[in-house]
Ligand binder design. Structure first.
Ligand code: AR6
Length: 173
């Protein structure tokens, strides 16, 4: 499994993968953070396609083209807003990772890059989020031997948190 989950510190809009995942909001019409960066890099055609999707519930995922991105597709998922941890945030975040991977697998995609969903504007604590991401992706990959996943962090400190979570998860597997 080790070789099939990679943790990087990079701008996700530069990655050449089958799909990058966007940490969007329920309207799917763009925003700040990684959502803004993906829309800027993909170009206005992405927004046009997103308008036709009619939004997306929290925890769900929808796929579009990648347009001017090096990635062929964008999988838009909506992470939970952190409200203290007793509003189902952990389950919803798990759902984001699982549904995004299911959507990718349904299309036969084999390389997917995720940002650190919900840990920016939505304030989900990054240590908790990293544990959920690694466990959910790891479980999914054990049933999907052809898939590879990149966890694309935007700071070295986040990268270290995700690397530690991955190491811990691998030890207990
Ligand atoms: N590449 C990789 N990661 C990035 C990039 C990038 N180019 N830019 C930012 N990040 P956020 P959320 C990191 O706020 O918490 C938007 O307005 C960032 O440092 O983008 O799920 C949406 O429209 C952080 O670690 O997403 C929603 O309204 C991570 O991406 C809302 O924000 C996620 O931060 C979603 O909030």
């Amino acid at each position: 499994m080790k070789t099939r989950i990679k943790v990087l510190c990079a701008d996700i809009t530069t990655l050449e993968v089958d799909a990058v995942v966007n940490a969007a909001n329920t309207r799917l019409l763009g925003g700040g953070g990684v959502d803004g960066a993906i829309h800027r890099a993909a170009g206005p055609e992405l927004l046009e396609e997103c308008r036709r999707l009619g939004g997306c519930p929290t925890g769900e995922a929808k796929i579009t083209g990648g347009y001017h991105l090096p990635a062929n597709h964008v999988i838009h998922t909506v992470g939970p807003v952190w409200k203290g941890g007793r509003s189902g945030e952990a389950d919803l975040l798990e759902c984001c990772y699982r549904r995004s991977l299911e959507v990718a697998a349904e299309r036969g995609l084999t390389s997917v890059a995720f940002p650190s969903i919900s840990t920016g504007a939505y304030r989900f604590p990054v240590e908790k989020a990293a544990g959920i991401a690694v466990r959910t992706i790891g479980d999914f990959l054990s049933d999907h031997p052809r898939m590879e996943v990149i966890l694309c962090c935007f700071s070295e400190s986040d990268r270290d948190v995700y690397r530690n979570a991955l190491e811990r998860w691998e030890k207990q597997e």
